[in-house]
Design a protein around this ligand. Sequence first.
Ligand code: NAD
Length: 356
Amino acid sequence: MNYRIAVIPGDGIGPEVVEQTLRVLDAVGGKYGHSFEYVKALAGGCAIDEKGECLPQETIDICKGSDAVLLGAVGGWKWDTLPGDQRPERALLGLRKELGLFANLRPALLFDELADACPLKPEIVEGGLDIVVVRELTGGIYFGEKGTTDTDLGPAAYDVEQYAEGEVRRIAKVAFDMAMKRGKKLTSVDKANVLESSRLWRRVVAEVAEDYPEVEVNNFYIDNAAMQLVRNPKQFDVIVTSNIFGDILSDEASMITGSIGMLPSASLAEGNFGMYEPVHGSAPDIAGQNIANPMATILSAAMMLRYTFGLGEEADCIENAVRKVLADGCRTADIAREGEKVSGTRETGDLIVQAI
Ligand code: NAD
């Protein structure tokens, strides 16, 4: 099969980690008889420099004309003094909106080889940790009505949390489908004891659950979920929640696994279209030094194969290759312990390609 991928390397370490990821994709394509066509596009600080805006229309068109998008990272010190609405990171919000990316998938997987990077006690994570947080990405308080007003206590500001049944239903379906492919356990997180929008959320999730009788569902309040994630994270399989709660919980869940250089993500639209990117940013402090960990981006490409292209075996092949090089002792600086040999970005890419 032929697949067309819009590639947005972005800024900082983005181009370095994306370069290794394309080599890995080519290796998998060669092994399984697929060809990946890459169409490069600009977004972020480099787009501001070259085109005067962080998300040129041409980039949106390239993404819309592709089967999936692979993104490195955007942003950097050079553009930090620009006003908020002109900063490189605005490109991410623009891409989510333009591409209709309403579901954000953030796996938190603790690799056995990196177990001591986990900040929790060993007995809490013994036997491994494998959670996916499914976060609603285009609704809720981040996109609701906002403004300022006057009150008896002085000027006030407000942001409205609002969810339509259809928005909850579509994200719930993504989460239930995910649970069906995994451990068949879904935890929906809300604040239904206080918020009207959460009560609607909970009711719609219960309705969708009727179509998935095999999935065990439970409901947690956000405060309890945040606590349980560090107390007993192994109880979770798939977690589904709103934009703001998911923002916080997905960071919490992923940090339990240790290094930011290992964490992939996917943002999905209706159908199978998706944008895939590492959780980390452009890391300007280490850019251009060949020391960034490319694994988060490489694992994001594995998610692309699995969720957008339906190539589960090929995705497993990449994930197993990453596991193998870790087991063989490959460590970039961010995950190396004192005294361990450190591999550079390119060398890590070489080893993963060889393992494939
Ligand atoms: P960051 O994730 O870029 O870096 C945080 C720390 O983690 C740094 O010390 C960095 O060196 C390290 N790190 C990150 N990725 C790494 C990797 N692959 N290998 C090894 N070490 C790695 O976060 P930040 O410093 O807060 O942000 C830097 C810039 O990136 C900012 O402009 C920010 O707005 C932007 N940003 C972009 C995205 C994105 O494009 N999705 C996400 C977050 C931050």
